[in-house]
Design a protein around this ligand. Sequence first.
Ligand code: SF4
Ligand code: SF4
Length: 384
Amino acid sequence: MTDNPNPTAKASGRIGPPFWLLAELTYRCPLQCPYCSNPLDFDNTRQELTTDEWVRVLRQGREMGAAQLGFSGGEPLVRQDLAELIAEARHLGYYSNLITSGLGLTEAKVQSFQNAGLDHIQVSFQASDPELNNAVAGSRKAFEQKLAMARAVKDAGYPMVLNFVIHRHNIHQMNDIIELCDRLDADYVELATCQYYGWAFKNREGLMPSREQLVKAEAEVNACRERLAAAGSLMKLIFVTPDYYEERPKACMNGWGSLFLTVAPDGTALPCHSARLLPIDFPNVRESGLSSIWYDSAGFNYYRGDSWMPEPCRSCDEKGKDFGGCRCQAYLLTGNADNADPVCSKSPHHDRILAARRAADHATTGLEDLTYRNPENSRLFFRG
Ligand code: SF4
Ligand code: SF4
């Protein structure tokens, strides 16, 4: 990696405040999804921030100008102070969103979150049927609970926003998933193919769909869209394709330290929720204020601008569009986060993406072969 000569952002006057604050309240979760984006060693992190510490972070974020606040995890519902934090967010004027598996939710909690001022709830599912859903989630009761809570969210007057992470074991279920969402009267459905970070990177070979599967799934989604529109349904389907099948990378986080600020359960502040896998010393909200973290810390200035870019990005006329892609993906696939994201066909490491695509064409991994995200497996990683 470079010595990183980037000046502090505030001094150079180039950077505005963060717009999005993601509060990862906890890494605790009753489920075990093998595609979880939490770090492999989540069980080895320091103590979670207290309620007072979170309140301080929310205040500092709002003072800086952050407007959107996401509560996620892990499963944020395991925090007993969630309603209190929601109330503080409302008091401060954030637009707040709860991202949940639905496990641990009750109708009474939905009501209390609504009373506290929560603006939006997104419930995640693993599949369209209980068998596959519960096998992927590693929980026998997950599916029924999710159905009940999706309905409870809608009954409370929220839009029903459902999220399905798509991989090679459920990608054949597009029609069934969309039918289920239609029966539930969902308003927005996100069908998001796996992004390969954290546990998903560890399990990539067993999760990544083949191109053939992907093309079929996309055609099914498009056909469903037409059927729904013809029937007068207002349900909105969002199909997010995996960047492993693209020739140009995504403009990751809209640029490093540009709009997004994540605070991990132990207070580590990150430019994106995956960035703690990088060999960079990120600041902690227990030791520094959010403004100094955002504008002045080495971690947040590391990949701002383009002076850090090596070739081929340095002289590329597309660098203002994609910022060289994702630093975490570059690090995971090449061992050096400075490199161009290998998704880019101009990258000298693009062969690693091509190899992953070929492997997906021939993969035979079953659900039982995946490494599930749980404290026991996490401890195996940090013990080595
Ligand atoms: S992806 Fe699954 S295991 Fe990870 S936090 Fe979400 S529900 Fe829990
Ligand atoms: S070479 Fe770099 S900047 Fe150019 S398109 Fe590829 S990733 Fe983007």
